[in-house]
Design a protein around this ligand. Structure first.
Ligand code: ADE
Length: 423
């Protein structure tokens, strides 16, 4: 369908045919979302509803967007990051899918914020957020518009952290579903998705050899674990910097070296931040690094490396190749920053592969359905999707991968449910 009777802001609509092929390519790896889409097509659970989705505008998000539209809602998409938009996909969304899209790769922060305002002017009933910027703007600047909101869903660890702070401060005025907290999301997307795509971004940006390098991973959550194991698989020596003693102990027992960031700074060749916190690589650590160290981020926001202090300390800045900038610190000593400190997997590569986004976005689609089905019954709190949904999604994914598993026998079930039987 070709329609442009709605508002949009994209780079170049003539890229739509390129986007079409790539969206189709991704769809092959998203069978679970496809099944949900086919059911939505029949049942139209979102008829008459308006939905805003703030996400990375990728081939996978395009598949989510057409699923939501199949469910009957009027959908508006905005980019969740200035560097992650795939312009051909944005063009396809507008030209072929008929979805109002506001996303341009390389857009300024002002444009990004303008797009958030466009999204709120659309007066959504439902929001899919990625980092909680739309929800935070809604509550801070347009609280009256929040009155009609059925609820929001959130994709990221960072966004859920913000939502929980809103709940704690008593300012959350609608229910929120923490999609990231579904097991079929974080165990796969965060670990295998971020793990692979972060290295993909670093390699596409730099074309360096990882074997034999000292790779410092800052943060040993699910994303950090995924990156560390993939880097080790490439033959790198992995060092973990972590503030949580339990996670640090796990990293030790996984066979990684664990040390404070200032110590790691002197040893590392490549640094990757995935903590969700600010300035975890500060100017002191940057100054302690060896000449030629490569620094990047795969956490949600671009504040994990103190780039402001680095810019102030730099005597010279130079673009070496796309997504690689050299900052000269003292005579002859340079640090390379990748992708302006933004999510390197989405800035220099294409984000998580479709196979894991299938699960993440199936969760998103079902979370939106859950909000609609439970309208008026939920409190203004942060919820996790019921475990049955997680189980069902895992079963569907296994089926799509042609993997069969055993079931508990009646005798096993009886044993599991009893306490009398012992030694
Ligand atoms: N976040 C990480 N990877 C992504 C992708 N491929 N599409 C949308 N959001 C993402």
């Amino acid at each position: 369908m070709t329609t442009t009777s709605f508002e949009y802001s994209i780079a170049d609509i003539s890229l739509a045919s390129l986007g079409a092929q790539r969206v189709k390519w991704a769809a092959q790896e998203m069978p679970v979302l496809k099944q949900i889409r086919e059911r939505f097509e029949r049942e139209k659970p979102f008829k008459g509803k308006k939905l805003v989705a703030c996400s990375h505008i990728t081939t996978e998000t395009a598949n989510l967007a057409i699923t939501l539209k199949a469910g009957g809602c009027e959908t508006l998409l905005i980019a969740s990051n200035p560097l992650s938009t795939q312009d051909d996909v944005a063009a396809w969304l507008v030209k072929e899918a008929g979805i109002s899209t506001f996303a341009i790769k390389g857009e300024s922060i002002e444009t990004y914020r303008k797009h958030v305002e466009e999204a709120l002017n659309f007066n959504p009933d439902l929001i899919i957020d990625d980092g909680s910027d739309v929800v935070a703007t809604l509550l801070q600047k347009h609280p009256q518009k929040a009155k009609k909101l059925i609820g929001t869903t959130e994709e990221t660890t960072t966004g859920i952290h913000r939502l929980k702070s809103m709940e704690k401060d008593g300012v959350l005025t609608f229910p929120a579903i923490a999609v990231n907290d579904s097991q079929t999301k974080y165990l796969f997307d965060n670990r295998y998705g971020t793990g692979q795509s972060t290295l993909d971004g670093i390699l596409r940006a730099t074309n360096i050899l990882l074997a034999g390098k000292n790779v410092v991973v800052v943060g040993f959550g699910w994303c950090g674990r995924g990156i560390a194991s993939r880097a080790r698989g490439h033959g790198a020596q992995v060092i973990i910097a972590e503030v949580n003693p339990i996670k640090a102990l796990e990293a030790v027992m996984e066979g990684y070296k664990v040390m404070p960031i200032l110590e790691a700074a002197q040893a590392g060749d490549i640094f990757i931040t995935v903590t969700g916190n600010r300035s975890v690589i500060d100017i002191e650590a940057l100054k302690a690094m060896k000449d030629g160290a490569i620094v990047c981020n795969s956490g949600h926001f671009d504040l994990e490396i103190d780039l402001q202090a680095l810019s102030q300390s730099a005597t010279k800045r130079e673009i070496m190749r796309p997504f690689v900038e050299r900052f000269e610190l003292s005579a002859g000593k340079g640090i390379f920053v990748l992708g302006e400190g933004r999510l390197i997997n989405l800035a220099a590569a294409e984000g998580h592969p479709s196979c894991v986004m299938d699960l993440s976005f199936a969760n998103q689609a079902l979370a939106i359905e859950y909000l609609v089905q439970n309208q008026g019954k939920l409190e203004n709190k942060v919820y996790t999707l019921p475990p049955q949904i997680d189980q069902e999604l895992a079963e569907l994914k296994l089926k799509s991968l042609n993997v069969n598993i055993d079931q508990l026998t009646p005798a096993m079930l009886e044993y599991m449910n009893s306490w009398q039987l012992g030694t």
